[in-house]
Ligand binder design. Structure first.
Ligand SMILES: [Zn+2]
Length: 73
C-alpha cells in the first residue's frame, strides 16, 4: 500500500494524517513563488503543512521538494 520510505506519518491526537480527508493542506510560498502566482503561473510551494479540521492543529509539515511538487496548485 504505502511505498514511501517513511510509512509512519505524523498524526494529530484524532489520528488524522496528511492523507486523511480531515486534513487541510496549507501551502507556503517564498517571495518569488508568490510573484509567479500573481503572474498567473504555477509555483512549487516552499513548505507544505497539514492541519486537522477537527482539532485545528497543524500536525505535519514538509519542506522536501519532492513532497512540495505534489501540491502545486
Ligand atoms: Zn485532530
Amino acid at each position: 500500500m504505502a511505498n514511501t520510505a517513511s510509512s509512519e506519518l505524523p498524526t494529530c491526537k484524532c489520528g488524522t494524517d496528511r492523507e486523511s480527508k480531515f486534513s487541510i493542506c496549507e501551502r507556503e510560498y517564498g517571495a518569488l513563488g508568490i510573484l509567479y502566482l500573481v503572474w498567473g503561473g504555477t509555483s512549487v510551494p516552499k513548505k507544505v503543512s497539514w492541519k486537522c479540521v477537527k482539532c485545528g492543529k497543524t500536525f505535519d509539515s514538509s519542506t522536501r521538494e519532492a513532497v512540495c511538487r505534489r501540491y502545486i496548485k
